[in-house]
Design a protein around this ligand. Structure first.
Ligand SMILES: Cc1cc2nc3c(=O)[nH]c(=O)nc-3n(C[C@H](O)[C@H](O)[C@H](O)COP(=O)(O)O)c2cc1C
Length: 397
């Protein structure tokens, strides 16, 4: 690839992964993902994070193409996850005197994944490393989204190397900086990356945003996706909104259904919400749409209504997977409605009630359960559930 610079002697070393289907072996990435590393060439040379292991050979070649036979002095480990530390052992083999820079939580992970680190610099908030013209300082942002996560701020160029924070799914298809690409495409990918990967850690993200606020930042260089240099507010505003559970007026309806009875119940609710003036209604079949996309919409809209048929005295499995993902992510401040269908002795709605107790979202209406085909009385109940949800949402808008 042609050389890409963030500033005169700060280099972008990024690789596009269009092969992997599931990020973290869970989340679909139909548009791929990039792994971004950065090289600062000064009196001392620092490498900021590395890349996923399948790119090691090209990565080492690119580094050598820039620094020739000079050695790298520091490897900054902002984040230890293997998609960023995958080349760590190869880097140490090639540059045996390199110092690993991390915080007190980093090196335990290095040891458990790769090797016993020997040459280390343990950093903490405001710790500084002088490279010559460039000066690095470090800020800890734990749990965004691993315990050891930190960011590196380069004071001369005012670049923050943010690790996974402000990252995105989607490869960098030629354009690397925010002003080189159409952000409409990344709108979805940035949010899905946030909700899938960082979303559980919203309070930590809020703390990180506040902690970084005093820094004079001209550029944000994350480990995935575009580098933000022209419109930093674009990504900062969105991160702030999402991580503070600032939800829009709308409803996500999810159902599982084998024979169509539960689906028909969902359609009644959706129609009545529309009649009441709710414009953002997203109806998903949990067997068809991956939870990555459904979770994303749950982070957008305040209303959530879920329906499940009984299945072996429990929830329909694909609904169960989604609800367990929601429990892990624990997004806050939603309104909830539940409904279901059965033929024998039930099991779906019984377990939806347990979900409601655990998630502690406000139930807008009593659970509704139909046996087989939808009859008039239960249809009227579903309309009332939709009305109760609309009442709650419209009063706030
Ligand atoms: C594998 C399987 C397990 C089921 N388990 C139960 C059950 O435990 N309790 C029950 O009342 N109905 C059970 N049912 C019946 C369905 O819940 C019922 O027919 C329901 O109406 C299906 O809803 P649907 O039309 O939305 O698929 C089961 C059906 C299947 C295929």
């Amino acid at each position: 690839m042609q050389q890409v610079n963030l500033s005169e002697d700060i280099y972008f070393l990024g690789f596009n992964d269009r092969r992997t289907h599931l990020f973290e072996n869970i989340w679909p990435i139909p548009h791929g993902i990039s792994y971004n590393s950065y090289l600062i060439v000064d009196e001392k040379i620092a490498l900021v994070d590395t890349v996923e292991r399948s790119f090691i050979d090209e990565y080492l070649d690119e580094i050598e193409g820039i620094i020739g036979d000079r050695a790298i002095d520091y490897l900054i480990i902002n984040h230890m996850e293997p998609d960023h530390s995958g080349a760590l052992k190869s880097i140490i083999q090639k540059y045996p005197d390199i110092k690993l820079v991390g915080n007190k939580k980093t090196f335990g992970f290095v040891e458990s994944f790769y090797l016993t680190p020997k040459n280390v610099v343990e950093v903490y908030d405001d710790y500084r490393i002088d490279l010559g013209k460039h000066k690095l300082q470090f800020q800890m942002i734990p749990m965004v989204h691993w315990p050891e996560t930190m960011v590196t701020y380069e004071e001369t160029s005012k670049i923050v190397f943010s690790g996974d924070a402000f990252g995105s799914y989607g490869t960098l298809d030629g354009g690397i900086f925010d002003d080189e690409i159409n952000l409409d495409f990344y709108e979805v990918e940035v949010m899905r990356y946030f909700t899938n990967i960082v979303g559980k850690y919203c309070p930590h993200t809020q703390r990180a945003i506040k902690k970084l606020a005093p820094l004079d930042i001209k550029m944000i260089a994350a480990t995935h996706g575009p580098i933000w240099r022209s419109d930093l507010d674009w990504v900062l505003t969105r991160y702030n909104k999402w991580s503070s559970y600032d939800l829009d007026c709308g409803v996500v309806i999810v159902y599982g259904s084998m024979y169509g009875n539960t689906q028909r119940m969902a359609e009644v609710i959706a129609r009545q919400l529309a009649v009441r003036g709710i414009k953002n209604i997203r109806v998903y079949d949990a067997s068809k749409t991956h939870s990555s996309y459904i979770i994303n919409d749950i982070f957008k809209y305040k209303g959530f209504i879920v329906g499940s048929p009984a299945y072996n005295n429990s929830l329909f499995p694909n609904v169960e997977i989604l609800l367990s993902t929601i429990e892990h992510m624990a997004p806050k401040d939603h309104y909830l409605g539940v409904f279901g269908n059965y033929s024998w002795n039930g099991g779906g709605v019984k377990n939806l009630k347990l979900f409601a107790e655990k998630i502690k979202w406000e139930m807008v209406y009593d659970p509704i359960e139909e046996m087989g085909a939808l009859k008039t009385d239960k249809k009227a109940e579903l309309v009332k559930l939709a009305n109760a949800m609309a009442d709650k949402l419209l009063v706030e808008n």
